[in-house]
Design a protein. Structure first.
Length: 227
């Protein structure tokens, strides 16, 4: 994966202002953006996903320009072909596991039928060992199961990259270690480029072929890690 980012955004809340001024470039398939809370990591990830529009700059991913203020380019999130996994997973509470996974495979906002089926849905149910909970709802699932459903929903449309916002923060320590191992295995199996943000040094050590440290809205330093 080749990613190039050079963006600026001033965020305001009342009298307070925060400036995101992020510049970096990477050819790694596993990039970790590491830093304390409030450093601007989530805002940077949202800019990559198209959920936040920079004031100016450029974003290029895998040879495609996703954003270029000078050229008037700002691709909508659904056209960027990236999957975004929210920290709280953002599963639809009124949809069962099958419907949540199938949601990203259709156009528009109509809910899939409760018994929605298809080769892709069956594949991800099996890949994440979710067959036995396919008709359950998010509130009936464990934390690890909810994360698997969210990952399956994100990956079902076959995105070109996976964006992960603090994916293990809501898990207890034991489950966190297990889900790290599962995500590591999955990413290597699918060979999907991944950008992960975290404040946990263990996440950076586990996934950071290329680690970027953010402080106060800026990339403070970058280091290459052994694969």
């Amino acid at each position: 994966m080749q990613i190039k980012v050079d963006i600026n955004k001033t965020l305001r809340s009342g009298a307070r202002a925060f400036e995101l001024d992020a510049r970096f470039e990477s050819a790694s398939r596993r990039v970790v953006i590491y830093g304390p809370s409030g450093a601007g990591k989530s805002q940077l990830l949202k800019a990559l996903a198209g959920l936040m529009t920079p004031d100016r700059g450029q974003i290029e991913l895998a040879g495609r320009r996703l954003f270029d203020s000078d050229a008037g380019i700002d691709l909508a999130p659904q056209r960027r072909q990236v999957a975004y996994l929210f920290q709280d997973y953002a599963l639809f509470p009124h949809l069962n596991v099958r419907q949540n996974i199938g949601f990203g495979l259709q156009r528009g906002w109509r809910n899939p039928l409760s018994r929605v089926d298809g080769e892709t849905i069956r594949y991800w149910l099996q890949a994440f060992e979710l067959d036995h909970v396919a008709h359950q709802f998010p509130h009936e699932l464990s934390g690890g199961q909810r994360q698997r459903v969210a990952l399956a929903r994100a990956l079902a449309p076959r995105p070109t990259a996976l964006l992960l916002d603090e994916p293990f923060a809501a898990l207890d320590p034991g489950l966190r270690q297990r889900m790290r191992a599962e995500l590591d295995t999955l990413q290597r199996k699918l060979a999907i480029p991944m950008i992960l943000i975290t404040h946990d040094p263990e996440d950076a050590a586990a996934f950071g072929d290329h680690v970027l440290r953010m402080e106060q809205g800026r990339v403070a330093d970058a280091q290459e890690q052994p694969a």
